[in-house]
Structure formats: structure tokens, C-alpha cells
Design a protein. Sequence first.
Lengths: 302, 415
Amino acid sequence: MSGKSRRDFLKTSAVIGAGVAGLSSSTAKAAPKNILSEDRMGVLVDTTVCVGCRNCEWACKDAHNLPAGNLESYEDRKILETKRRPDIKALTVVNEYSPGKNSNLPLDVKVQCMHCDHPACVSACIVGAFSKEENGTVIWDTDKCIGCRYCMAACPFQVPAFEYNKAINPLIMKCDFCFNRTKEGKLPACVSICPVEALTYGTRTELVKVARERIKRNPGRYVDHILGEHEVGGTAWMYLSSKDFKELDFPKLGTNPAPGVSESIQHGIFAYFVPPVSLYALLGGIMWITKHRKELDQEEKL
Amino acid sequence: MNHEIVNPVPVKHKYFTPGVFIILLIALNGLVFLMGRFFFGLGSVTNLNNQYPWGLWIGVDVAAGVALAAGGFTTAALGHVMHREEYDAVVRPALLTAMLGYTFVAMGVFVDIGRWYFIWHPLIMWNGSSALFEVGICVMIYMTVLYIEFLPVVAERFIGKVKLPGFLSGLNKIVDKVLRLIDSGLSKTMFIFIIAGVVLSTLHQSSLGTLMVIAGPKMHPLWQTPILPLLFLISAISVGFPMVIFESLLASRSLGLKPEMHLLSKLGSMIAPLLGVYLAFKLGDMFIRETFVYLKEVNTASVMFTIELLFGVIIPLRMFLSQKVLKSPVLLFTASALVVFGVLLNRINNFVVAYTPPYSTKSYFPSFGEFSVTIGFVAMLVLAYRFIVLNFPVISLPGKQTAQPTKYTIKGVEK
């Protein structure tokens, strides 16, 4: 290698280094909105109070412009015999389970997005289409989504649904905590219609207190566990029950936030772009040395 | 210099043979199902659902595709970064397969995502905490780098021979000039792209492993580990040379060329240590997390894990240690094919078999349409590879060396 190209090499490497360094400062800003406000809202679901009337299912569809049918058709309790999951036609569903302790009334469990405090979908989404809003809501932005469905693979509660049978503009569908209603000061549709007050809407901090109080006052009625208080780092929607949550088909989850491990790996590999830039420099060094050595060998031979 | 002079030329062989026609049919079959996907949505062709959002296309076309294209960066590191010029003859074919491999990975992503027309979104909508974002960006940049690395081959083919048809012939001189400009520009700067290619590869090969970490307990403990990115990186590095050997032997067989055994044996001798490191990490991880308990029961997961490790790592590792295997084209091919199979199975296991969603009523098995598209893509890749090696100077013919000084595989790495 001539002296000139060697200088070129160093010069170009320096330019690249500077370029990458510039890039890293701008990525710091490029992150989806992920606010964990002190006053974020939540809902406490008391499965011992819920009667399985499924009015919430109707109200939810009605509020989200999904075909809802008439309210009377929801009185048919046959549907409760099969276990259902939220999907593209219903963002929330109620499932019924056999009675818990000290009761002969069935337990009814409303299922929807839990609105995690540390949402896996927000962390995973390739384009940052999910965001955790100040009021605790996890919402999805149709203008960004590319339909990769990584959110579905990431979600610890397996909630987001996808419109598989739409060729153009398929949507990711999940409960949006009635973001458009709560913005205007209204209650979420399901909370507002619930006839038995099985759903309590309030700040998450307050709801934890309410739930603890209920367990304390009625230790015979509840198991001593607020589902969602600590699971995957806490969720906006929390549940009380009279039997183990495993029997209510909740996945067994630890208390660490779902994105914790993968984010620390990601941020470790990309700590201010130091590892990739160092690797670049190292490889450049090896390239230069091996080339230099080859030249020396040749000169000796000549 | 004591190493052999390398002189890649377009291979003289006819394009169509009965075998090529069969491959063409397989490709067309894939295209038919692809049309279904684009007209009626993913659900019309795939068995995917809300429980199983990712299937064969992500596991094979994307994850395994990226891993099996690792020959590009491993040979580039060997030939250009470490300046082992004796391997130059395999660097250019490996570059071509990597370029085509990544092109088909991109196509795999394109057909799998629900909104293919927004595939460019990650370029301007960033999420630094997403492993998928990292993979996406790195793959896009790396693919560009691969195309740039291949440009000199195109330039070499056409410089002094530009003959545009009809009225375009007036542009011949200008095109020739542009090609010469690109060629000379790249010969001074190619080292930038070569190093970038290696760095980008290590980044996204490992980040592909990070992808499923966030699925947490939804993934079978035999595969779910925080060192997944490391395992993905090491396995990608160890499959690089076997893939080069596999393709080289296949190509020489199909095109009636003499296999470059002297080179391939030397490449093969480097595989055992790499596989050994991979096996050590894989077993170490298993013993530290005590996941061997899951191997006691016989089910899909334990059987797939055992096949992956035994046939994909342990047996080929033993084979590559034997001189007899390194010297015999058939055995070398078998051993390399086993490693390729092992990594392919590992990616399928990680993305499909290990994934057990909490509310699935029946487990996922790919549909006929999904298989058709995946196999169709492989067929298209083979057809494209064949076309390019017959028309561009990619493969170096042994015994055809001339005394002229060579135009090297990748310029900018002057000898």
C-alpha cells in the first residue's frame, strides 16, 4: 500500500467514526412515547362481583364502531361455555369459571389489554407505533404500523390481534382504554355501562389501596393477591379473585418488566455506539496490519 | 506472491436443463400462492393466527436466510480483513450468495409484513429499544453494502464491452465512463464497505437472537436464554464456511466444473474449532440453566432440540476433525450440509417450535401455501445465482489461469 492510500485509509476511517458518532446522538431522541406518570389511571376488576352480563362487550364494540348487534342478544349465556380471547371483532370478552372459595356463584373474568406499566409492545415495535400515554393508556398508531406482528409475539398476555384476512391496511386490534373518551373526561365505555360496579376506574395508586382494603375487609372472599399489582412490573388493569389466578387462565408471570432483559441486551450492544465503532476500528487495524505485513514480506523477497 | 492467481470468468454452460425447468416450476408455484397473499391477505395463504403471529416465513425465509448468508461476511473477514488471499477464489461466489440471500430475506420480510407498502417506515421511524428495529436497519444497510461490494464485478463484466441495443447505443460511451468512474472510486474506498459489512453482520446476526428474548416464558426454556444473541452470532459464524463449501460443491457439480478441493479442505479445517465453541456455549448454557431436565420427557421440543444438537453440531464437528472427510468431496459435502441443516433447524426451533403461546388451542403447522412460497423463494434464488454465474465473472475456473495480473474479487484491497 502506498503512503498516500494509507493516509486515505485513516482519513476515511475518521470521517466514518464522526458520522456514526453523530448518528448516535440523534437516536437518543428517537424513542416512542413511554410515560410512567404518577397519576396514571387504571381499572380494578372484581371477578367476584362480575355477573357475566357482557354489557361491557356490547359497549366496547359500540364505542369502537365494531358490529355490536343489540344489547338483548348478549343475555344468551351459552357463549360463556366456551373460553374466548379478545380478537378483531371484540376487544374485550368475558369468560366464566367455576366458583372460588366460600361461594357458589361462578367467577366471571373480563379480558382485554392490561395496559402494562412497562409494555413489551412499546419496547418491541419496530417503528414505535405503540406508546404509553400519560394517563396510563397503551395505544397503537395506525399511521406507523408495518404489520410485522412482533407486538403479538412480545405481549406477555397474548392480547393484540391482527386482521389476517385483509390485504390492504390490516389493523392491529386491542383495547385502547377508550383513549378518545377519557380524553374528553368520559369514562371508558365498559366501566360506564357495568351495572354491578365490577369495574372501578381510578388512579392506579388509589386502586391498589382500594383492592388491599377489600382483601383486608373480606379475607374470606378474596385470595390475597392483586393480579397486575406486580406482574411484569405492574399493569393498569388489576384483578381481584376468590381463587388462584392460574385457574382463571392468567399466564404465570414474574415481576420483572417483560422488555427488561432484551432492552438491557440491546442497550449493552449499542451503548452509545461504542461497541460497533470499536469493532470497526479493531477490524480496520487488523486489515491494516495484515496488509502491512504482506508488504514487508514481499519487500524482503525482492 | 505464492498463492494461486485467481481469474473469475463467466461460466460457459447452457442455462436450461431438465433440472432447471423443475426449479422453475417450483418457483412459479410459489408465485401463485404469493398472489393469493397479496390479493386476499395473509390469512388466505398462511396458518398464522393471533396466537401464532410468526411462522415458517419468519423462521426460514428471514431468520435462517440471514444465518445461511453468513458466508459473505465470514469469507470477507478471512480474505480481506485478514488478507488470506489464498481464499480469494471463494470470496466472490460467497459474496454473490450473500447478496442474493439478503435480497430474498428482504423479499421474505416484504411478503410477511401485513403492510408491505410501509416497509420503508423503519428508515424514518426509529425505536432504539426494539431488537427488530436494529435487525431491520442493519439488514437494509448491509444489503446496500453487499450490492456496492458486487458493483466491481458488474463493472468488470461491462467495461470496454458496453453494447446497448438500438437507439440507446449512443449512450455506450457515457455508460462505459460511468462504470470506469465507479470502478476506480470503489477501488479506493472498498475497504470501508468491507469492514462495515463485517460489523453490520455481527450486529444483526446477534440481534436476531435478541428478537425472541422478549417473548419470555412463551418460549420453551430449552431455547429461551439471555445469551441467545451470542448463540446466534457464533452459530452464524460457524455456518459461514460450511455454507460456502456446500454451495461451491453444488455449483461445480451442476455446472460441470472441477471442485476446488484444495481450498475447500482448508476452509473445512477451520470449521471444527468454530463448531466446538458453539457447542461449548450451547451445552454450558444448558447446564447453567439446568434445562437438561426437559430432555427427559419425549415431546416435540426435546426431540427437535436433540436432532438440532446431534445432527447439526456434534456429528459434523466430529466429521470435520477427520482428514478423510476434509479430503473427500462427498464426505465434506455431507458434513457441511449437516451444519447447514443444523442452523436451519435451530432457527426454525427458535422462532416456531419453541414458541408456545398461552392460549393456543392447536399448535401451528405451516400451510401448503407457506411451504410453497418458502421453497419457491429458494428456487428463485437458485435460478438467479445460475444466471449471474453464467453471465458475470464470479467463479474462478481452476486450470484456466492466465498469466495476466488479476483483477481481484473486491478491489480497494490491493494486493
